[in-house]
Write a new protein. Structure first.
Length: 107
């Protein structure tokens, strides 16, 4: 079975769980990351936004939303997410790496 098929199956499973519990934080996070793997960055951002409505200080989600925004070249918005994550934890490596990527892309 191809990896894309597995991702698609996982996405279907996440959607079923979210029909039962639309506020399942772990499922929203995983769905967003699967959508990123599939290159569906806008959809990933929607999943991350839903999670951030529940937990606005989820550092991993802020960082991953920033990464998705980088992929669609929304650097200012990405920087806001990344900076918020770094306010919560200045040493959070995924956010530090994303910020470096933003700074490189803006040169």
């Amino acid at each position: 079975m191809a990896i894309l098929e597995k991702f698609s199956e996982a996405l279907e499973s996440y959607n079923m769980v979210l029909k039962l519990d639309p506020n399942d934080i772990e499922t929203l996070f995983n769905k967003g990351n699967i959508q990123m793997e599939l290159g569906n960055y806008e959809e990933a951002i929607k999943s991350f936004n839903n999670l951030l409505k529940i937990d606005p200080d989820d550092i991993e989600t802020l960082s991953d939303k920033g990464k998705a925004l980088i992929k669609i070249k929304k650097y200012q918005e990405a920087l806001k997410c990344i900076n918020k994550a770094l306010q919560l934890d200045p040493d959070f490596e995924p956010a530090l790496n994303a910020k470096k990527e933003i700074l490189k892309s803006r040169k």
